[in-house]
Design a protein around this ligand. Structure first.
Ligand SMILES: Nc1ncnc2c1ncn2[C@@H]1O[C@H](COP(=O)(O)OP(=O)(O)OP(=O)(O)O)[C@@H](O)[C@H]1O
Length: 610
């Protein structure tokens, strides 16, 4: 017998669960409950499950009246908000390609549908749904296992009145995979938006306006895996048109959108700037020079910055030593690193600008405070690749936190409730992952704190970093290699992952030279100037990225912590009034960088470095 809710089984072993799920999947029953949790198996093909008739069927009915469905989760969350008058949250987790983003989109669609009939502003809910194509164009990319993989974590808050009327939406993003902008692994691509832009602009004969062309297209280093077949081209054109109309309907001004395109085009040209090196006889002051000025001229023109200053900023840097400004030449590698840092800064700030623009236009500022919220958290799943770096470390720490919360919610608090009510129950044993979190996040001796400390020294290297880890992390969950290889292992809840330390310090610092910031602050293009004038929050995001000004995004905003009422599952219902777990640290993409670098004066930087 195959049940809709696995919690109804008398015997619940791993084999039984797999057998049940497999049989259900064969019958195209992709959804199964385990109590409050919904388990979704990706069918990788449309099954006609999400029509308007289905939306109606899953509105305001008891859960057991229909087969398990993602819409039922949206409905029970919505009903809980209405009846308990408490904000709710839904957490979506699973490995890459499991169907999290699709599930998130379906949940949003159904929640908006449920809140719509009461909504007076008929246009708002459509605009909220348009957030997805915008976010996916900028935050998703093709990876080895998913053609539309989200390369960031997303926290979406849908604000509602107590009577269930949708009043606005707010999105926050985490851990955008910045490294993808300048480098993509084999068979992977850069963020979708670059490909949409090229084909979309070509179709509307606007390439020249952004200094792009067919010839240049084949040369852009940042445009890897660029397929030019007719089907892909048509897909990109459609997506570009969708993006353009989403911008318009959400409420972005044409001029703002054009500035966004200019910045994207400038990033592509930036990638084409190549450096050569002039080696001095005594090998003391190796200077870089720009091999071909054409891409740099295009960048300067698109960003409306001075050409000579741009050359200077890429090929030299200044430090203040004992009150004196000393300018030294960048080596070829330093110049390339400066170029890449600029490309990453432009893109990440642009994404923040977009997010805050969306939030302002969808009315988050004035609707969030006095209303209830249904929050959706969709982060990337646990990752274990042949080569794991800083990005995987951050992603896996976030998943480790979620796992901890899941354990708390499903086991600890539930058992406490049974005991408090005097209900006899056999205590369930489970593996507590608190020790892994302590190893990673405790201060001052956890792994991230040690990484931060080492990032503060200019002379630190991959070797000094790994030695620091080996010397201080004496714990069976920390795996030290037998050789002196520059790597370490962490015994995570989901398995052991070996991380390479190469480049971790740089990624944690992702330092942007003060001269570069000054250069862009001098841009004549409003959007560019704004991106570099805006302060940075604790997590490295723009403090207030909307020129129209939605009010500051406080450094202590929800972005830095999970909602108090959240609970875990592939897609599960809210935990209502339970206490959040104690956190041993706040996860941020770069716990050291992002913080203050931008606001430091030259002398501050020099003090920091010494
Ligand atoms: N319910 C569904 N019905 C049909 N196809 C689906 C469904 N869910 C997902 N898919 C298919 O699976 C693909 C991958 O799903 P999705 O992008 O949502 O995965 P993900 O878990 O968000 O991955 P990542 O972590 O890489 O972002 C989708 O592009 C879609 O083709």
């Amino acid at each position: 017998m195959y049940v809709d809710d696995l919690a109804a089984l008398d015997i619940l072993t791993e084999d039984k669960i797999i057998e049940q799920l497999q049989k259900r999947y064969e019958m195209q029953h992709i959804y199964t409950y385990i109590g409050d949790i919904l388990l979704a198996l990706n069918p990788f093909t449309p099954l006609g499950l999400y029509s308007q008739a289905e939306q109606k069927r899953y509105s305001g009915c008891i859960k057991s009246a229909n087969p398990p469905h993602i819409y039922a989760i949206a409905d029970s969350t919505y009903q809980a908000l209405l009846h308990q008058n408490v904000s709710q949250s839904i957490i979506i987790s699973g490995e890459s390609g499991a169907g999290k983003t699709e599930s998130g989109n379906l949940l949003l669609k159904q929640l908006v549908y449920l809140g719509k009939s009461l909504c007076t502003n008929g246009n708002l809910e459509n605009r909220i749904l348009l957030m997805n194509p915008l976010m996916e164009a900028f935050g998703n990319a093709q990876t080895g296992i998913n053609g539309n993989s989200s390369r960031f974590g997303k926290f979406l808050e849908l604000s509602m009145t107590k009577s269930g009327k949708v009043t606005g939406a707010k999105v926050s993003i985490y851990l955008l995979e910045q490294s993808r902008i300048v480098q993509q692994a084999e068979n992977e691509r850069n963020f979708h938006v670059f490909y949409y832009l090229y084909d979309g602009l070509e179709f509307s004969h606007r390439l020249e306006e952004f200094k792009l062309s067919d010839t240049l297209r084949k040369q852009h280093r940042f445009l890897t895996g660029d397929k030019q077949d007719l089907i892909t081209k048509q897909h990109n054109i459609n997506k570009f048109n969708e993006l353009r109309s989403a911008f318009e309907l959400v409420g972005f001004k044409l001029q703002e959108v054009n500035s966004i395109y200019k910045i994207l085009a400038a990033i592509l040209h930036l990638g084409d700037i190549q450096f050569g090196e002039l080696i001095t006889d005594d090998n003391t002051d190796n200077r870089s020079h720009i091999i071909d000025l054409a891409p740099l001229i295009r960048v300067s023109s698109l960003l409306d910055i001075d050409i000579t200053e741009t050359i200077d900023c890429l090929t030299a840097n200044s430090v203040v030593t004992r009150g004196e400004i000393i300018t030294r030449h960048n080596s070829m590698n330093e110049a390339a690193a400066t170029r890449d840092a600029l490309a990453k800064a432009l893109y990440t700030r642009l994404c923040d600008y977009l997010v805050h623009g969306i939030n302002t236009l969808l009315g988050s500022a004035h609707t969030m405070e006095n209303n209830l919220v249904i929050a959706l958290l969709d982060i990337f799943g646990f990752e274990n690749f042949p080569h794991n770096s800083f990005e995987q470390l951050c992603i896996n720490i976030a998943n480790e936190q979620l796992q901890y919360y899941f354990n708390q919610h499903v086991f600890t608090w539930e058992q406490q409730e049974y005991m408090a009510e005097g209900i006899p129950v056999d205590l369930i044993e489970y593996t507590d992952n608190r020790p892994v979190l302590d190893l990673l996040l405790s201060r001052p001796m956890g792994l991230l704190a040690l990484l931060d400390e080492e990032s503060r020294f200019t002379r630190s290297t991959d070797r000094t970093l790994i030695e620091k880890f080996h010397a201080n992390l004496r714990n069976k969950l920390y795996v030290r290699p037998k050789s002196n290889a520059l790597c370490f292992g962490i015994q995570h809840f989901a398995g052991r992952v070996i991380y390479q330390v190469e480049g971790m310090l740089e990624k944690n610092r992702h330092f942007l030279a003060p001269e570069i910031i000054q250069l862009l602050r001098g841009s004549k293009l409003d959007t560019v100037r704004f991106l570099f004038q805006c302060p940075i929050t604790k997590t490295g995001n723009l403090y207030s990225a909307s020129p129209t000004g939605s009010g500051p995004d406080s450094p202590d905003s929800t972005k830095d912590k999970l909602s108090d009422s959240s609970t875990v599952g592939l897609a599960s219902q809210s935990g209502l009034n339970k206490q959040p777990p104690p956190t041993s640290g706040t996860l941020s993409w770069s716990s050291y960088n992002g913080l203050y670098q931008e606001h430091l004066s030259l002398s501050d930087v020099s003090n920091l470095m010494n």
